[in-house]
Write a protein that binds this ligand. Structure first.
Ligand SMILES: N[C@@H](CCC(=O)N[C@@H](CS)C(=O)NCC(=O)O)C(=O)O
Length: 268
């Protein structure tokens, strides 16, 4: 099966998928492996995946994300063949989970070896899956509010759309509200602590962690907004998860001209 994933390497939504693919063991460290210049080919027994970075084509008043073969619209986009595209990041995560689960069931019927990507990242039982999806929905909600706050209050968008400091502040408040709900669920979460006698913290992450981490890193590192001050469980999660190969970013990773504008917020 041939798949193609269109990404903006540092964008909050595509990064959900890149972190997820690394947590599945299909990439090592996306921030250094997937660079702006060339597509990356990932092969496993179940699919061939081409990861194609888009180019930002911007004028004074508009912005478009372009790449050969990419339909118009936001990224990530996953091309799954026969002209069919999956265009929402959560649907892309679910699609990967579905095909990996199918491959894993098939392999165990055939008595074949385990692969790292066979590991479920949404849970096995209905209860586990419901819990993962609960957190995932909250992390997605928080991300939507954060994105809206940026569009309405960060100077990155000041030439592209109408803005309102008040709308931006309100959206940040609603983002924080969703994060406060997640804070409660991450109480006593020891999954990412380094295992005794080893230098790694195992692979017990789920899809919700990828979506949550992408938001926390993007808001803090690109926009200069730490959204989890005073939320100790999420602060603990962030500090541990950011050391994982899937999540690490080098110094000066975001495009400098984008970062310098992103960090300037309208007076509140
Ligand atoms: N709901 C979409 C949102 C995707 C999205 O907004 N992506 C950003 C990049 S991180 C984008 O493409 N922005 C360009 C635009 O809005 O035209 C998803 O979950 O995939």
């Amino acid at each position: 099966m041939d798949l193609e994933l269109f990404v903006l390497t540092w964008g909050i939504y595509p990064r959900r998928i890149l972190i997820y693919l690394a947590e599945k063991g299909l990439l090592k460290s996306p921030a250094t492996e997937v660079t702006d210049s060339t597509p990356l080919e990932v092969q496993c027994q179940t699919f061939n995946l081409k990861i194609t970075p888009v180019t930002v084509s911007a004028t004074e008043t508009s912005m478009e994300l372009v790449a050969p073969g990419k339909p118009s619209g936001t990224v990530p986009i996953l091309a799954i063949g026969n002209g069919t595209f999956v265009k929402q990041s959560i649907a892309i995560l679910e699609y990967f989970e579905d095909i990996c689960e199918h491959a894993s069931l098939q392999a165990s019927e055939d008595g074949r070896d385990d692969e790292t990507y066979f590991r479920t990242m949404r849970g096995t039982t209905p209860e586990e899956r419901a819990r993962t999806r609960d957190i995932l929905a909250l992390a997605d909600e928080a991300s939507t509010f954060f994105g809206f706050a940026c569009h309405k209050g960060s100077s990155l968008f000041s030439n592209l759309e109408s803005q309102s400091p008040m709308a931006s502040v309100m959206a940040l408040e609603w983002c924080r509200r969703a994060l406060e709900k997640i804070e409660m669920v991450y109480e006593d979460d020891h999954r990412f602590e380094v295992l005794p006698g080893t230098r790694n913290s195992g692979n017990r992450s789920n899809t919700a962690d990828c979506v949550l981490f992408s938001l926390l890193q993007f808001s803090k590192e690109l926009y200069g907004r730490d959204m989890i001050i005073g939320l100790p469980n999420l602060e603990g999660f962030y500090e541990l998860f950011k050391e994982r190969d899937s999540a690490k970013i080098p110094e000066n990773w975001y495009p400098a001209h984008i970062e310098s504008m992103a960090k300037v917020w309208l007076a509140e």
